[in-house]
Design a protein. Sequence first.
Length: 91
Amino acid sequence: MPSIDIHHAHSLAHDDARRAVQEVAEKLSDRFGVEYDWAGDDLNFRGAGVDGCIALAPSELRVTAQLGFLMSAFKGPIENEIRRVLDERFS
């Protein structure tokens, strides 16, 4: 199964970074029906054809995801959109 593994540096305070990750999750949920929940500083998400995690660390985010068969055809565009959103929210 194709996977996504993106590391992205940030300089936000912990609460601000967590709030930004929450906002991203809410948009994913509204737009794509993705379900999510927090486990400590990890936001786990799942939806049709995707299962992943946004791990929040003091100076870095790590986005990992496993894509199902149909979603794997869109791996490149999905990675590009994730990077765009991370740049927008965390740079």
